[in-house]
Design a protein around this ligand. Structure first.
Ligand SMILES: [Ca+2]
Ligand SMILES: [Ca+2]
Ligand SMILES: [Ca+2]
Ligand SMILES: [Ca+2]
Length: 305
């Protein structure tokens, strides 16, 4: 009986093998066999499918870049995967598996931010307590020093102000080379006014900032971090920001007026105020819109995948 049963089982397995063959035979009669040109085209199309519309095919995302074929922005930094790997001229040095932030800095003065200020800011972001899809921590901060000696009409206001060349939006509109690529814009200038008050030395609004420049690297870098915090969306209405009510121990951030000029970093949420500002930077910051997407609208600065 055991022997007979084995024979029956083998027969069933054979039948199982035969059934797909019958299906193939049926396909052959309609001209769509596995080796037909139509079938090869279907295979090519499957490889070329770009499910998330980021400009990279699903298969290239899986096999070449290690990015997520169902997420257009795998590392969540606002730059689509395709832009990060294909648009070197727009976002040089971008990594689709690590957070990148780009900022363009112009100046109305003969000098701009110094190498030491730039390095201080880059190092601060590189040390940020945030994690990336590639397993690293930190943020790559790309501070691009662009024009100097821009013409200015006296004080630079932080809000739209009548007349040419005297508010931060005039400068961004007329001089930003990279706005459509999702760059923040910072202007270094002689005199800044915030809410019309000229005793301020810097001002930040969503996506933009203006600041004065000092001989001290620490003071200038700290002021940059503070105003750039506003540009990323740290509003003065939040508890402790632009205030002196908390000590540095209670609120350990450059956004605290007690921390301004003394430190560079934002809070990590372990102080008594308990707001993780670095997490906000990584996940919820205000980001200039990327108009030069990876799917062909900036082909002059993007290579083919
Ligand atoms: Ca894709
Ligand atoms: Ca993707
Ligand atoms: Ca990205
Ligand atoms: Ca990135």
């Amino acid at each position: 009986m055991l022997h007979v049963g084995a024979v029956v089982l083998v027969t069933l397995l054979l039948a199982g093998v035969v059934l797909p063959a019958a299906g193939t035979a049926a396909q052959d009669t309609s001209g769509g066999g596995a080796d037909s040109p139509n079938a090869r085209q279907a295979q090519t199309d499957a490889n070329a499918t770009d499910t998330d519309g980021d400009g990279l095919s699903d298969s290239r995302e899986r096999s070449v870049y290690g990015t997520d074929p169902t997420d257009a922005d795998t590392d969540g930094d606002g730059y689509p995967d395709g832009m990060e790997v294909r648009c070197e001229q727009a976002v040089p040095g971008a990594d689709p598996l690590r957070a990148d932030i780009y900022v363009e800095v112009d100046s109305t003065q003969s000098a701009t931010l110094s190498d030491s200020v730039r390095t201080s800011v880059i190092d601060t972001f590189d040390s940020a307590p945030v994690s990336n899809p590639d397993g690293s921590s930190g943020i790559d901060f790309h501070l691009v020093r662009d024009e100097i000696n821009l013409s200015v009409n006296g004080t630079v206001y932080s809000k739209p102000h009548a007349g040419p060349g005297n508010d931060i939006y005039d400068f961004r509109a007329n001089h930003s080379e990279h706005r459509s690529d999702g760059y923040y814009y910072v202007l270094v200038t002689e005199n800044v006014a915030y809410n019309g008050e000229e005793y301020f030395v810097g001002a930040g609004r969503p996506q933009v900032a203006a600041m004065e420049r000092f001989d001290s690297t620490r003071i200038t870098a700290s002021l940059f971090m503070h105003e750039f915090g506003h540009a990323m969306g740290f509003g003065a209405h939040r508890d402790g920001i632009d205030e002196k009510r908390y000590s540095r121990a209670e609120y350990d951030s450059v956004m605290n007026y007690n921390g301004l000029y003394k430190q560079l970093t934002y809070s990590n949420g372990t102080d008594s105020v308990g707001r993780n500002e670095w997490q906000f930077v990584a996940e919820n910051r205000t980001q200039p819109e990327v108009q030069c997407a990876a799917n062909g609208t900036c082909t002059d600065r993007c290579s083919k995948d």
